[in-house]
Design a protein around this ligand. Structure first.
Ligand SMILES: *[C@@H]1O[C@H](CO)[C@@H](O)[C@H](O)[C@H]1NC(C)=O
Ligand SMILES: *[C@@H]1O[C@H](CO)[C@@H](O)[C@H](O)[C@H]1NC(C)=O
Ligand SMILES: *[C@@H]1O[C@H](CO)[C@@H](O)[C@H](O)[C@H]1NC(C)=O
Length: 238
């Protein structure tokens, strides 16, 4: 049977197009977004917690054609068995971020954490593990986020961080010069600070968690105070 050559070319093109997805690297989820926000909630919050407001602010008004989504870090977020809670959050986040970077190589990632969630997101970047004296427990050792994934992380926002360390270049708000419950020292501080230019960390001056203060309300209001600033920072890094 004679087939017009124009139709043959069209068929070949259609087949090439159909074949293309399986030739793509890894198994990219059909819904890889341009911007994916990984959210680690604070202690005792329900998913997504107070940071839901920030995710909404980041994802609304994306430039035309850009898609945005979020992934909640699944972990207990309890004070009980704190080392297990935060350690399992670090492990979940490391895997989720590394897997996403492989499956969606063209996506940019944002990491955000509040309170215990800020502790774990910082640990994802710095590597972690060791004694947490005020909880009298030992957190499992983990390596820093793999370099291939780090490259895809555009911005990191932390709020009321358990591991807030005074006078770091990325500290913001009145608690900037103060340290929290478990400040970073040594290699963990050095390894976090490799990423200084991607990080903003907000700490209120009387927050008991990040600045050794005594006003719990100051720990609970970050997303009423700083959501627009944080969303603007994130967008500036995309
Ligand atoms: C894709 O969308 C589904 C359904 O909304 C969701 O469960 C899944 O986590 C998404 N995958 C990614 C990589 O965003
Ligand atoms: C800390 O934990 C250890 C082992 O579980 C226990 O023996 C010790 O009494 C605890 N110390 C404090 C101050 O709670
Ligand atoms: C931060 O710097 C100020 C001014 O030098 C100093 O008073 C404060 O103790 C420092 N904070 C910490 C946690 O070292």
């Amino acid at each position: 049977m004679h087939t017009p050559s124009i139709l043959v070319s069209a068929l070949a093109l259609a087949q090439a197009a159909a074949a293309a997805p399986s030739a793509m690297p890894r198994q990219a989820p059909a819904n890889c977004t341009n911007v994916q926000v990984f959210v680690a909630r604070g202690s005792l919050e329900e998913i997504p917690g107070r940071q839901g407001k920030l995710v909404d602010a980041v994802c609304k008004d994306m430039p035309a054609g850009m898609t945005c989504g979020s992934t909640d870090i699944q972990y207990p977020a309890t004070f009980d068995a704190y080392c297990k809670s935060v350690g399992s959050g670090v492990a979940f986040a490391l895997k989720a971020v590394e897997d996403y970077a492989k499956a969606c190589p063209d996506s940019k990632m944002v990491l955000t954490g509040y309170s215990q969630g800020a502790h774990l997101m910082g640990d994802v970047l710095s590597g972690a593990g060791g004694l947490i004296p005020n909880q009298n427990c030992t957190q499992a050792k983990t390596a820093p986020l793999a370099a291939d994934a780090v490259k895809k992380v555009a911005a990191v926002t932390l709020f009321g961080d358990v591991r807030h360390t005074g006078n770091q270049t990325y500290n913001l708000a009145e608690g900037a010069g103060k340290s929290g419950i478990l400040p970073r020292v040594g290699a963990q501080l050095k390894d976090l600070n490799v990423h200084s230019n991607k990080i903003h960390s907000w700490c209120n001056g009387q927050d008991p968690v990040c600045s050794s203060g005594n006003d719990m309300d100051q720990h609970l209001t970050y997303f009423d105070q700083f959501t627009p600033d944080a969303a603007a920072f994130i967008k500036s890094k995309l």
